[in-house]
Write a protein that binds this ligand. Structure first.
Ligand code: DQA
Length: 146
């Protein structure tokens, strides 16, 4: 089983970016915790971050046929990108959306997700744990279907 882990814009700055909101862990530390859990579960993960909507879309397209599921933190594109939602819908891989912060307890514009309606579900507000719960969720979903 192979799961693609995608991080959207500005998440490369984790560690120093608004630590009161997003925590002190760097993206490298998050990726290594995700990879450790993947090892434990016996699933292969590839992690990818981009600040560009087009690069994220190209990566989603390339997942068709080579990955079994997607774990994505679309970051600000969550609230703006019909194109990322359409790419995820097009490849039709089981997808879980995650957020470090609770997007429902912040500014009103963050409560809207274009991705959530086409995802299996959304996990928001648990910091690193959002990613780990999200990985387990997509893993368990795929396993059930095998
Ligand atoms: C985020 C929440 C988004 O609203 C924000 O634009 C981000 C990060 C999160 O993980 O909490 O960049 O996706």
């Amino acid at each position: 089983m192979k799961i693609l882990v995608l991080h959207g814009p500005n998440l490369n700055l984790l560690g120093t970016r608004e630590p009161g909101v997003y925590g002190k862990l760097t993206l490298t530390e998050i990726n290594s915790a995700v990879t450790s859990l993947a090892d434990e579960l016996g699933v292969e993960v590839e992690t990818f971050q981009s600040n560009s909507e087009g690069c994220l879309i190209d990566k989603i397209h390339s997942a068709a046929g080579s990955f079994d599921g997607i774990l994505i933190n679309p970051a600000a594109y969550t609230h703006t990108s019909v194109a990322i939602r359409d790419a995820l819908a097009a490849v039709a891989l089981p997808t879980v959306e995650v957020h470090l912060s609770n997007i429902h307890s912040r500014e009103e514009f963050r409560a809207k997700s274009f991705v959530a309606p086409i995802a299996l579900g959304q996990i928001s507000g648990f910091g690193l744990e959002s990613y780990l719960l999200g990985l387990r969720a997509v893993f368990n979903h795929i396993k059930k279907g095998l």
